[in-house]
Design a protein. Structure first.
Ligand SMILES: [Fe+2]
Length: 384
């Protein structure tokens, strides 16, 4: 029997107004000069103002600085620039504010603070990543769950591909889950980021690694998303629904310490090659991926269906899968996520490079069933 590590170490403060706890918590952690890492989409929002106000109130305790040039699909240059700003101002910590991109750049910037000039492509050649600057993660979307993850997804200069930089030392010291910071999230991003969280829960639950703790978290995450995303989509100011989505997103990311699967391998090239939002890319590929896996492993989605509220406990495997997949398809359509890829600028001429990158993407190694190059081609064609 292989030895498996179960680890759920991150402290998260949850609740409307949780941000008000931040100044006191920073003192406890020993943070006095944080660098806020965010992006241009967040900098003009009420979420940024709320953070500025919270830090402003603690002005005597803190000086703080901002790096806000993170790309929507972050690149290595973002990490280098953030680390350079950190050093230029003598910062002592990073506060990531936003969706997965700023949080991932904030996490990774600490690597280049510790090792200026380091080539991130060589990350796995080193093992000692102790002593990274403290990191506080404040999500404003309710999707990636990057705030509780120990990885950072960055497109590297050397390969022009998304690389997953993974190390337990990248984990945040503190996470603030304050639904008031997500009420300004536009409807389309609410849907797309929520679909990312849903994909995390479904792919991690069906990933064939023995991890019943993560399985339970993934299934409850699905239940929360099915209940809350339609409400958050319909009324962005529904604090209860926003809060449930924030928690579900974090749960999805906790669950995917098991790993994710082929849908993420389909989605990553769609972002690097065609610039699609990560959550949207997952959403447009999820149903095709589920059909593919369910056909090869009947009954795979029975418990996903039960988590969605379907009465599929006793029906045959194929029917349970079919009903669960149909539910997810309708659910995504209800959030406006039922287009073809071509409606988002993906062209047939992109197919071969998408397939090549999907095959090389590591996520499908942990998929519920093996996926070949030809399978990826067929899956892309199905959703193109
Ligand atoms: Fe994802």
């Amino acid at each position: 029997m292989s030895i498996i590590s179960f680890s759920f170490p991150t402290t998260a403060l949850f609740g409307a107004g949780a941000l008000k706890e931040l100044p006191g918590r920073l003192v406890t952690i020993g943070i006095r000069r944080p660098l806020i890492v965010t992006d241009q989409g967040v900098i003009g929002t009420s979420a940024f103002r709320a953070l500025a106000d919270a830090l402003g109130e603690a002005k005597r305790e803190h000086s703080w600085f901002v790096y806000s040039r993170v790309h929507s699909n972050p690149i290595e240059e973002d990490v280098r620039e953030a680390a350079a700003v950190f050093r230029a101002h003598g910062c002592d910590s990073v506060i990531g504010l936003g969706g997965g991109s700023p949080l991932d750049v904030g996490k990774a910037a600490r690597i280049l603070v510790k090792r200026p000039g380091f080539d991130l492509a060589q990350f796995y050649d080193e093992s000692d990543w102790s002593g990274l600057a403290p990191f506080v993660a404040i999500p404003t979307t309710g999707g990636t769950g990057s705030e509780v993850g120990r990885s950072s997804v960055i497109t590297l200069d050397a390969t022009k591909r998304k690389a997953v930089i993974f190390h337990p030392k990248l984990l945040a010291n503190l996470v603030i889950l304050d639904p008031e910071l997500t009420v300004g999230l536009p409807q389309k991003l609410t849907a797309a980021t929520g679909a990312d969280a849903l994909t995390h829960c479904i792919e991690s639950f069906t990933c064939p690694v023995f991890h019943p703790m993560c399985d339970g978290i993934a299934l409850e995450g699905i239940r929360l998303i099915v209940e809350a995303l339609p409400r958050a989509f319909k009324n962005g100011k529904d604090i209860d629904a926003r809060g449930r989505m924030l928690v579900a997103a974090a749960m999805g990311a906790v669950a995917f310490q098991k790993d994710v699967g082929a849908v993420h391998s389909l989605a990553h090239p769609l972002s690097t090659v065609c610039g699609l939002h990560h959550g949207l890319a997952n959403a447009l590929c999820l149903v095709a991926g589920m059909k593919f896996c369910g056909a090869r492993k009947p009954g795979l989605y029975r418990r996903v269906g039960i988590a969605c509220g379907l009465d599929v406990m006793k029906c045959p495997d194929a029917e349970a899968d079919q009903r669960a997949i149909a539910f997810i398809a309708n659910f995504l359509a209800g959030a406006g996520l039922n287009q073809k890829l071509r409606e988002h600028g993906v062209k047939h001429e992109h197919l071969e490079v998408l397939v090549a990158q999907a095959v090389e993407d590591p996520c499908h190694k942990s998929n519920a069933v093996p996926v070949t190059k030809e399978d990826f081609r067929q899956l892309y064609l199905e959703v193109l």
